[in-house]
Design a protein around this ligand. Sequence first.
Ligand SMILES: [Zn+2]
Length: 319
Amino acid sequence: MSAENANPSCPSCQGSALKKIGFAVCVSQFETDAVADLAKMNTTLYRCLTCRLVFRLPMPSQEILDRVYASMQADHWQYTEPIWWHWSREAIDHWAPDGKVLDIGCFRGDFLGYLGSRYARFGVEPNEKAAAVARARGIQIVGSTLANADQLPQGSFGAAVLMDVVEHVYDPRRAVALLMTLLRPGGVIILLTGNSDSWPARLSLPFYWYLGLPYHLVYLNRRYVMWLASELGLDLVAWRTLAHEKAPWSRRIRQSMGCGLYASWHHWIERSPMAGIARRIPPYSSVAPHASAPPLFMRLKDHFWAVLRKPLTGAKSRP
Ligand SMILES: [Zn+2]
């Protein structure tokens, strides 16, 4: 692991104008021993005042991250046709109807399988067990990391997909710039990730669950995506906010109230002289059990889905 730099800078724009958000507070349960070991690393969260990216420092080494991803079971990340798959298929049908599709972090190839065999489907996946499942589905695995995508023919893909993936990279700008070189003119990059400008994140950071997962290194938002588009000469052609898990309104309202109580406990109550009394009476008596670890508020609208398009002509990229 790299030591924390005394003069930290943004991993994406290298800017040194940063706002310190606080020490990252990890969730209480971890998928594997490798993730639990990673969670022992003390990290600080920052927001870059230039590009608006939220990120942790220090970041774990690639070797440690490789060990974490290799430790996951092949059924760890799986979904049943979430809404963003529909949106992404519509976007690919619209912007790249006859193109090749590259899914970074495709895991078992679930989305590419959903997309259908009329597309030429390629994936990048570090977990060998999951990659084997994807290969058996007819998906061509081109490497284990984004760096392997460097070997692919430039200007040949219609779409590149990063779903629940870009938060795992050190620098989203570098990742998107690389993918942009693989796209043909008019091709699209589709992002699904957490939104650090969502109200639950703004209210709760540094205690929010999204960066409580120790392998989430960066936390994007619309202003960062706009900056990214401007830097790389891409057009932001679609933007939607959403909750990662579908739930009825009643459960969302309950989680919203829980998030507000949790955030207010940590920001104002916990260190106040009233904490001892507040801990014993409602509503904080129900929050206190979570005092040391963020609850997983996954039904709140704290994610975004976005489509960035490479211009047909006159690209002004500086990758
Ligand atoms: Zn920055």
